[in-house]
Design a protein around this ligand. Structure first.
Ligand SMILES: C[S@@+](CC[C@H](N)C(=O)[O-])C[C@H]1O[C@@H](n2cnc3c(N)ncnc32)[C@H](O)[C@@H]1O
Length: 210
């Protein structure tokens, strides 16, 4: 789908992906302190933010959130709401975004499944250039068990497919079914966390060696 296609869906109020609030599992993780910012490591990136419910929940939990969407004015108040906590809304092609390694967290919820599968490599490159070296990717993996032949969006994927898009420098830390899912969703939902694989210490240059 093009940006114009997404804009038309918002204009027609045809937005079945919109939960009207943050994903319940994101809310649970934030409440449990499982996704808390640390001092000086509080920048979160939310690509394909839509009406920004997740972005707002992250901001309320102390993250400085940069939210990206290709549709102008998905939520008129979102830009000022995020700015109030040091974040911003950018209307742009998220796949072309360059966060210059400034982000400590990338939260993906129904953005990876919204893009065409042929664009997944670009998604991985965007995350790779935007995330800090020790940053974390946390993703709501949905629709996990949708038959691929049904197409999309939403396009089926699993934690392995997302890991392939991120590339070999990332490792999957954890993937588990959500504890709080969305009742109306019939396909499976999981949460996956990835981190860049630690650099190989034996390959690092050492003082006194030529
Ligand atoms: C399925 S919706 C999910 C929205 C939001 N994450 C949510 O859960 O409500 C996908 C969103 O991605 C946006 N989008 C699609 N392609 C995009 C792109 N290349 N760059 C930025 N946003 C994009 C759409 O406008 C839409 O808001």
């Amino acid at each position: 789908m093009t940006a114009a296609d997404w804009a038309a869906r918002y204009q027609a109020d045809d937005t079945p992906w919109d939960l009207g609030g943050p994903h319940p599992e994101l809310a649970r993780l934030l409440e449990a302190g499982d996704l808390a910012p640390a001092a000086g490591r509080d920048r979160a990136l939310v690509p394909g933010c839509g009406n920004g419910h997740d972005a707002r929940a992250l901001a309320a939990a102390g993250w400085r959130v940069t939210a990206l969407d290709c549709v102008e004015g998905v939520d008129a108040a979102l830009a000022s709401d995020l700015a109030a906590s040091g974040g911003e809304l950018r209307i742009t092609d998220a796949l072309a975004f360059d966060g210059e390694g400034a982000f400590d967290l990338v939260w993906d919820h129904t953005f990876f499944c919204a893009i065409d599968p042929t664009a997944r490599e670009r998604w991985g490159e965007m995350v790779g250039r935007s995330l800090a070296q020790d940053g974390t990717v946390v993703a709501l993996v949905f629709p996990g068990d949708k038959p691929v032949e049904e197409g999309g969006p939403p396009h089926a994927f699993d934690a392995v497919a997302m890991g392939e898009a991120l590339g070999a420098t990332f490792g999957l830390l954890h993937c588990a079914p959500v504890e709080r899912g969305v009742a109306r969703r019939t396909w499976s939902e999981s949460v996956a966390r990835y981190r860049r694989a630690a650099a190989d210490a034996s390959a690092a240059p050492q003082a006194g060696r030529s």
